[in-house]
Design a protein around this ligand. Structure first.
Ligand SMILES: Cc1cc2nc3c(=O)[nH]c(=O)nc-3n(C[C@H](O)[C@H](O)[C@H](O)COP(=O)(O)OP(=O)(O)OC[C@H]3O[C@@H](n4cnc5c(N)ncnc54)[C@H](O)[C@@H]3O)c2cc1C
Length: 459
């Protein structure tokens, strides 16, 4: 590979939704960018996924929403069911509206737009192996081409968007970058895209994604039923990582048998994957290094949705990279601006939703049925929680809830305590310290809030 360029302003690892967004906006602003993926170019975007994307991100980034071949269908909102499915909460707001995409076509479009924006070099079929540190700064990467040839690439900045199993997070030397993600902070998913002949089976609520909470059928996660069009579905479930060997069995018994009623089905795609479901890393940066998307746990902990946040993080990282290059400052102190941007936006929301997720994972099916049936959390409140991570209840609505929740006062009190802690953590994240402020104090308070929620006994 003699004519391979080996030095860049920025190297972006991973051409997923986060990496292509980071590369696109960095290149658009004139940076010399190299984008690398281990997959072949024509497979970029092909990921086992629920394929649901919110509409808002396309407005924020001012890029075209999915259309044409990459669009499966438009979604008005979400329907949330308790285990007994007796009642459904319908969640409709601009943030819940969105699209079901054809993941490969969507990923290919994002890649092509990044390349058109001026990415200087795209290396597909190239495995990134390790970070190169020089005097405490990340200064490049060790990579291996598909022909087995290994070499080093140099960069002023490396942006890691190589997903949950990134090899780079494990090699990061800054102790604020957690090298390993706890098994309890991730969820194992399995899904299929199933097609059936027209008229053989009705698609339930074709304009909504449906989510079913059930501690027994999907322990630790939920079942999803997402329409693709009038003859196909994306259905699957997420479970605690400990159920590793059993996830397919859970899917067969609790999802496929439950929802596929015709014998004339065709399975178009099947497979599993892991999604992180926790607040972002303590720091998503080191000297010369930023992490985005699944690699940095930029995923909604409530439902595992990470396409929009990875794109948002890619955009923030590109903006910080532009400033860092302009000022020739690649230190963590400069890149802390990226941390600040993340923590005060999606970080605040995800920390609050992480607390909610931890409580929901422990509630019994009876409590879930009771809580949703009695409107202890209403559609509006769930929307407020899932879109902002905070929940402001008037005294009147608290009193109404107290009456409805009278048969289960413990659950009522627990949910109220949780609400207080969610509001507290969101404010706390909005006050994320600047680089020279006292991070340790901030970190200890975060741990304290988490520990208090962990100690709840749950209704
Ligand atoms: C089953 C399942 C269902 C999901 N459903 C949804 C959903 O409906 N909606 C939603 O918003 N989110 C969903 N998610 C989460 C979503 O898929 C991710 O959050 C999102 O894709 C993260 O994007 P990313 O760019 O960070 O990483 P990825 O999309 O994982 O991209 C990482 C890229 O890095 C490349 N790569 C990895 N390692 C290397 C290496 N060593 N060298 C070079 N390249 C490398 C990979 O080939 C890949 O192209 C789901 C996840 C799973 C597992």
């Amino acid at each position: 590979m003699e004519n391979l360029k080996k030095s860049f302003d920025v190297i972006v690892v991973g051409a997923g939704t986060g990496g292509t967004t980071a590369a696109r906006f960095a290149a658009k602003k004139g940076l010399d960018v190299c984008l690398i993926d281990r997959k072949e170019k024509s497979h970029i975007g092909d990921k086992i996924c629920g394929d649901a994307v919110g509409a808002e991100i396309f407005d924020i980034l001012k890029i075209n929403p999915p259309q044409g071949e990459e669009l499966s269908c438009h979604i008005k909102g979400a329907k949330l069911y308790p285990p007994n499915m007796k009642k459904c909460l319908t969640l409709i707001d601009p943030k819940q509206a969105g699209y079901i995409v054809n993941r490969l076509e969507f990923g290919q479009r994002l890649l092509n737009e990044a390349l058109d924006a001026g990415v200087a070099q795209f290396l597909d079929n190239t495995m990134v192996l390790d970070l190169i540190y020089k005097e405490k700064f990340v200064s490049g990467l060790k990579v291996r081409l598909s022909n087995g040839e290994k070499f080093d690439l140099n960069a002023k900045l490396v942006i890691d968007g190589s997903g949950f199993n990134t090899p780079l997070r494990k090699k990061a030397k800054n102790p604020l970058i957690e090298n390993e993600i706890s098994k309890t902070d991730a969820i194992l998913c399995y899904r299929e895209i199933v097609r059936f002949p027209k008229g053989d089976q009705e698609v339930m609520d074709p304009e909504y994604i449906s989510i079913i909470l059930d501690k027994e059928k999907a322990p630790g996660g939920y079942i999803w039923y997402f329409p693709k069009n009038e003859t196909s579905l994306n259905i699957g479930l997420g479970v605690f990582m400990d159920y590793g060997g059993k996830v397919k069995e859970f899917y067969q018994n609790n999802v496929f048998k439950e929802f596929i009623k015709t014998p004339n089905y065709e399975i178009l795609s099947s497979g599993g994957g892991v999604a992180p479901i926790r607040r972002p890393l303590w720091s998503c940066a080191d000297n010369g290094f930023m992490l985005i998307g699944d690699a940095a746990c930029h995923v909604n902990p409530l439902h595992g949705g990470g396409i929009d946040p990875s794109m948002r993080a890619g955009f923030y990282a590109a903006n910080t990279a532009v400033q860092a290059i302009e000022q020739a400052d690649f230190s963590l102190q400069k890149l802390w601006d990226f941390n600040y941007e993340i923590m005060t936006s999606i970080g605040a929301e995800f920390a609050a939703l992480d607390l909610l997720r931890r409580v929901l994972q422990r509630l019994s099916n009876d409590s879930l049925n009771f809580g949703l049936e009695k409107d202890l959390l209403s559609s509006e409140e769930i929307l407020q929680v899932s879109s902002t991570g905070s929940l402001d209840l008037s005294l009147l609505s608290m009193a109404t809830k107290a009456i409805k929740g009278i048969a289960n006062p413990k659950l009522m009190l627990d949910l109220n305590y949780l609400r207080i802690k969610m509001n507290e953590i969101i404010k706390h994240y909005k006050n994320f310290p600047r680089y020279n402020e006292d991070f340790e104090v901030w970190k200890n308070k975060t741990i304290d809030i988490y520990e208090k929620v962990e100690k709840m006994s749950y209704g």
